[in-house]
Design a protein around this ligand. Structure first.
Ligand SMILES: [Cu+2]
Length: 356
């Protein structure tokens, strides 16, 4: 690979030198007859046609990408704010798309229409205030509108109001896993510091802080549907990023500080499994895995495990080291009752310290 890159650099360098020498020769002012470097009518016609072909290629590429990659779209958001986020994204893309289709056409079609021809001279046209005003004011209004709309959406999502019954959960990032800490009966997370990390106390909860005694540390993230969750994010080592794509949520996890994000889950794990989108997706994945298993078995290796049910996941979205790709935690959205029943089965911090 390195050899290949070095070769490309050398070739590009040689081309640059060659082109520069040509420019130098042209600048010496040799007469038009004794040089073949001045474009003639045929060259101009070829270049004009190439411009149009390039435009067609770009349009084709655009449609192909939409058609081919649209199957990778995320399903409808599973959080209350997700729809606003998706709207902003959709409007921005639609706008960019319309503008680029028009400007690409103008750029390439004009290069074709006004190609160099013998005897054709450019019209000297100094300026036109009205035209300049129009093509300045329209982008100003459209862009300002888009930016203001984006800012409102951002502050709507980020500057949330705390519901009275909001659930406080800490997400703790470590190379290369996540842990969740529930605040317990009092709904207050106990103080924590990296200096308290010892034995089972992997999150460094302050043993002398009464608020921390009923805290519950878990390996899975269970969320009650329809209830606001406030995430407090902490990292033990390097920069991580808590990414929950189905809930349209992402927040950096920064060592030495607590960041936060809040959303209200609206679709349970059971419900999203039932959707047509997810059923289709699972069928496709199973087919791919079946093919892959056949290949593996043919090569004398064990087949892949079966993969039957979709689950939400919390992923790390900052490259934090060798096993970054596998840094994930299962999220289960369920009814308030199921959530409480599950939490009952988990040990409090006090109990796990006593057991140690
Ligand atoms: Cu990470």
């Amino acid at each position: 690979m390195t050899v290949f890159l070095v070769l490309i650099v050398i070739i590009l360098f040689a081309v640059a030198i060659w082109q520069m020498s040509k420019i130098y020769a042209l600048s010496k002012g040799s007469s038009a007859e004794d040089t073949q470097d001045v474009a003639n009518g045929k060259d101009n016609r070829i270049n004009a046609k190439l411009m149009v072909m390039f435009m067609v290629f770009l349009y084709f590429l655009m449609f192909y990408c939409f058609w081919h990659y649209s199957k990778f779209y995320l399903p409808e958001a599973s959080s209350a704010h997700g729809g606003k986020y998706d709207n902003l994204m959709f409007i921005s893309i639609a706008l960019i798309m319309v503008v680029q289709v028009i400007t690409q056409f103008l750029l390439h079609f004009f290069s074709y229409k006004y190609k160099g021809e013998k005897g054709k001279r450019a019209l000297f046209y100094a300026d036109n205030d009205k035209l300049e005003f129009i093509w300045t004011i329209i982008p100003v209004i459209v862009l300002a509108g888009l930016i203001i709309y984006g800012l409102f959406t951002w502050s709507d999502i980020m500057n949330f109001e705390e519901d009275e019954d909001a659930l406080v959960v800490e997400l703790y990032a470590q190379r290369f896993n996540w842990k969740a800490r529930y605040a317990g009966e009092d709904n207050i997370l106990g103080d924590a510091n990296v200096r308290f990390i010892e034995g089972v106390n992997q999150l460094g909860i302050d043993p002398s802080d009464a608020d921390g005694k009923d805290d519950v540390v878990t390996q899975e993230l269970h969320l009650p549907v329809g209830r606001q969750v406030i995430f407090k994010l902490r990292s033990q080592d390097v920069l991580h990023s808590a990414y929950m794509p189905h809930f349209r949520a992402q927040m950096n996890v920064v060592p030495g500080m607590i960041t936060q994000f809040s959303f209200t889950p609206t679709v349970t794990t059971e419900e999203i499994r039932e959707t047509e989108y997810m059923q289709d997706k699972m069928r496709t994945i199973q087919e791919i895995r079946k093919e892959k298993s056949k290949e593996l078995v043919a090569a004398g290796e064990p087949a892949l495990d079966s993969y039957d049910e979709f689950d939400y996941y919390l992923l790390c979205n900052k490259i934090c080291g060798a096993s970054h790709y596998n840094m994930q935690m299962k999220i289960i959205v369920e009814s308030q009752e199921d959530y409480e029943a599950w939490l009952e089965t988990q040990k409090t911090f006090e109990a796990s310290i006593a057991q140690q």
